[in-house]
Design a protein around this ligand. Structure first.
Ligand code: FAD
Length: 507
């Protein structure tokens, strides 16, 4: 058996300095780097980054903790706000609104999941929307926030939270962290990628000025272009645009008006949807749209007409195709971020997928033999994660009653992947969430989006009948009151941030 120390990775090259590149660099610096390992990140200020990606999922907190990041310092530096969920407006039908919360409905305990009790009661009694039984939803609606309580019996412990942050400041923050951890930044545009003729592995990248950067392991964080994984290694692409036809976005920040709410908003429009991400110093906005149904000028006018504050920059236009590379790890090249694929940001999943790829890469950290068993495992796991995200996003489009435009008629009537069709059928018939053992979206998320999109189960779980109806109704009333009281005890998010992590950065 080879001496493992002889075949260790000594030279890591990260191509790209957007969110993916700097998250990868910071994680490697903190968790993998040894004194005899060199880590370089090549980026081009001329090309720049995608400049969006500001709403996250609660998993980012575990990533930050592993990297030893102090929360208040990080939030100050990135002008971040707290996020308790996503509000979906006009998705099921025009005028409708629901919140997908980062937390459970009801109180801890119960023989069947809470939504079955609510389903039974709501058939014949005015028990209100299920949203009234979720602390994070009620708190979000009232603009309130405090971290969850530690006591698992408390209603105030039934939620998690994420951040809404400035993407440019986040990359700068991670850059400082990475450089302090020994990562070297190389400025320049890569014009050539060379491969070892004997084994096909990547050997080096060459910059415009002629500098050659060699490496053992290459991490492709070059964004949509996939400079290494696609342009050099021709991984191929699984195109999912027949299910997710939006292929363009226009993004523009505007000045904040009014209190900062602790949630991201996604409003369905005729040819796509609009996002609104409130930060401490500004609001991020964008219209994600399908170019078959609206052109760039009309989409830009539509977005500008809906901004709440004055625009702070020129519109940023982006193009993409929903899908994933056929392989995201080939030989000594691993794609992380947009270079590996893209699913529209409706549930803020891209930064999560970056984090998932980094975590798996570190778990399966290679040596210079680049064992196929490990790369196959990485590809399988990332495929599974990405397909599950894909199905969850398709659900939002497909389960709609909207018929007011070509986009909505298309997505409402299209065939969906079998993996999703069977899940929807089970929930519609029995109210049961077909759960995964692993993966991103767990039980409460599926319940939120099924019910929010009006996939209403025909039956509730039989165990619910074990509870006397009068008792059930009284219990629900008590719970609804307790949820409201618990949420109203929280300070407003602006008060909380003002005390905990006020940013000094101007818009
Ligand atoms: P990029 O930011 O594009 O970075 C690519 C890097 O590669 C740059 O540094 C560039 O200079 C470098 N590079 C490229 N070519 C070369 C070359 N030849 N030589 C040298 N350097 C090169 N995600 C979320 O999680 N939440 C969201 O709310 C969210 N919103 C989004 C909204 C929109 C409209 C879009 C399109 C995406 C959104 N995303 C969101 C996705 C998110 O923006 C990305 O996942 C994230 O920014 C990571 O991008 P990246 O680092 O992979 O690529």
């Amino acid at each position: 058996m080879a001496d493992q120390t002889d075949i260790r990775i000594r030279d890591v090259v990260i191509v790209g300095g957007g969110t993916a590149g700097w998250m990868t660099a910071a994680a490697i610096a903190r968790l993998v780097k040894r004194p005899d390992m060199r880590v370089r990140l090549v980026e081009s200020a001329d090309i720049g980054t995608v400049g969006v990606g500001e709403s996250t999922l609660p998993h980012i907190r575990a990533f930050n903790e592993r990297l030893g990041i102090d929360e208040a310092e990080f939030m100050k530096a990135t002008c971040a706000t707290f996020k308790l969920g996503i509000q979906f407006n006009d998705w099921a039908c025009l005028g409708d609104s629901y919140i997908h919360p980062f937390g459970d409905y009801g109180a801890p305990g119960g023989e069947a999941p809470f939504h079955h009790y609510w389903l039974k009661a709501s058939r014949n009694h005015p028990v209100g929307p299920i949203d009234d039984y979720s602390v994070p939803i009620v708190a979000a609606r009232e603009g309130r926030f405090a971290p969850p309580a530690d006591d698992p019996r408390s209603l105030a412990s039934t939620y998690g939270y994420a951040y809404q942050l400035d993407a440019g400041l986040y990359a700068s923050y991670l850059r400082t962290l990475s450089e302090n951890g020994g990562v070297e930044r190389v400025e320049g545009r890569i014009v050539e990628v060379t491969r070892n003729p004997e084994n096909g592995l990547l050997a080096s990248v060459t910059l415009e000025g002629g500098e050659v950067v060699t490496g053992d392991l290459f991490i492709d964080c070059s964004g949509f272009r996939g400079l290494l994984i696609e342009q050099a290694l021709q991984a191929g692409y699984r195109d999912w645009s027949h299910w997710l036809p939006c292929d363009r976005a226009v993004a523009i920040p505007c000045a904040s008006v009014g209190p900062t709410v602790p949630y991201t908003r996604a409003t369905a429009l005729e040819a796509g949807w609009q996002f609104r991400i409130p930060l401490q110093h500004r609001v991020g906005n964008g219209y994600v749209y399908c170019s078959a149904f609206i052109d760039q000028d009309a989409a830009t006018r539509r977005l500008l007409g809906r901004l709440e504050g004055v625009p702070l920059k020129e519109p940023n236009h982006l193009r993409f195709t929903a899908g994933q590379r056929r392989k995201t790890w080939i030989g000594n090249c691993v794609a992380v971020g947009l270079s590996g694929g893209f699913i529209e940001p409706l549930e803020s999943t891209s930064i999560y997928l970056i984090q998932a790829a980094i975590t798996r890469l570190i778990e399966l950290w290679p040596d210079r033999q680049f064992d196929r068993i490990a790369t196959d495992a990485f590809n399988r796991q990332m495929d599974l994660e990405t397909e599950r995200v894909r199905d969850f996003i398709i659900l939002h489009y497909h389960a709609t009653e909207r018929s007011d435009s070509e986009l909505w008629n298309h997505v409402r009537t299209m065939d969906v992947p079998d993996s999703l069709a069977s899940k929807i059928a089970l929930f519609r018939a029995r109210g049961v969430v077909d759960e995964y053992r692993e993966g991103l979206f767990l039980h409460p998320s599926w319940v939120a989006v099924y019910l929010g999109q009006r996939v209403i189960p025909e039956r509730y779980h039989p165990l619910v009948d074990n509870r006397d109806e009068a008792q059930l109704l009284a219990g629900l009333q008590r719970l609804r009151d307790a949820v409201r009281t618990s949420a109203r005890r929280l300070p407003t998010q602006d008060d909380y941030i003002g005390r905990y992590c006020p940013s000094e950065v101007a818009a």
